[in-house]
Design a protein around this ligand. Sequence first.
Ligand SMILES: [Zn+2]
Length: 216
Amino acid sequence: MTPISILTTGAAEKKGVVSPQLLPDWAVLDADLTTGLPKHITAATGVDAMVHAIEAFISKHKKNPMSDALAKEALAHLGANIKTACFNGKDIDARQGMLYGSCLAGIAFANSPVAAVHALAYPIGGHFHVPHGLSNSLMLAHVIRFNKAHCGEMYAELAPLIAPGVNFKGSDQEITEVHRGPPLLTFLFLCISVLVGSCGIFRRSGLGIRPRDKIE
Ligand SMILES: [Zn+2]
């Protein structure tokens, strides 16, 4: 779906190959092939696909109406299915929804590239050997917090797609105070924390990464 391949080079570095020749002629989206994927990998790869769509939508570089539409449709499928896919891995409809959403997100970011979450996640992944989706999930909330003054409303527009049906009533005041953003943006923060927490994704401390660790 994309002209991009990321490779680990040496002991602790990741580099990308970008070429139109990497674009596939065919892509097979067969949910039966994914039912054996463990929960934590389903969660991390699912969040990675969601980050692809989120960053394609937010990206200033090459943002366009077609990638916007693809990103939103991708998030609608990913947000609706990620929890079921994690907690009931044999649910073929949920698995198929994740594959389809991931495919759309790939096309979205092939036309409007990923940004700071991926850029910051690559060194974490390479240095600490953290899987890609997991390193993305560690960076997502921080990048949103950094970007929110410039594109908070765009993030907020995606929130209901990322976690459909999440009711943040009662927590709004508390989260608004923490993040000092508009209500819809605070909703997005809550969605992400609910998503990351409920899907069983590890936090930084659980991966052995300490606050003072440096990447040379
Ligand atoms: Zn990615």
